[in-house]
Design a protein around this ligand. Structure first.
Ligand SMILES: [Zn+2]
Length: 119
């Protein structure tokens, strides 16, 4: 889609005196705008779906210990906890961080009003 729009623009640029080039460029622009809107819509739906999954399943596997939560010693039964997840083996997903941030911002607003109500 990009190459077609570029070609139309190039044609308009090279044949600047030609009056027929202007409607063609306009049609190409409208077509591209529609495609961009479609892509934006798909991205919005995908992000909304991802945030929904982060609402239901907020944790992923810790990337350092691969969800085990500990590292075994090469000898004996000794082990140590993973430093990144502190032994839980869990990692908070990126989308959940976004949700938590949005909730914190909204909660801060509610707290300030509730304090005002108490006075
Ligand atoms: Zn870990």
């Amino acid at each position: 889609m990009l190459s077609r729009a570029a070609t139309a623009t190039l044609t308009a640029a090279t044949h600047g005196s030609d009056s027929a080039a202007a409607p063609a460029t306009l049609a190409a622009t409208i077509d591209t705008a529609g495609q961009v809107a479609t892509v934006v819509l798909i991205v919005i739906v995908a992000v909304a779906f991802y945030l929904l999954t982060c609402l239901i399943w907020p944790f992923g596997k810790c990337r350092r210990c691969k969800g085990v939560g500990k590292f075994k010693s090469p000898f004996g039964k000794a082990y140590r906890h993973c430093g990144k997840c502190e032994g839980s083996g869990l990692r908070v997903r990126l989308g959940r961080h976004v949700i938590n941030h949005m909730r914190a911002v909204r909660g801060a607003g509610q707290n300030s009003t509730s304090k005002a109500d108490k006075r």
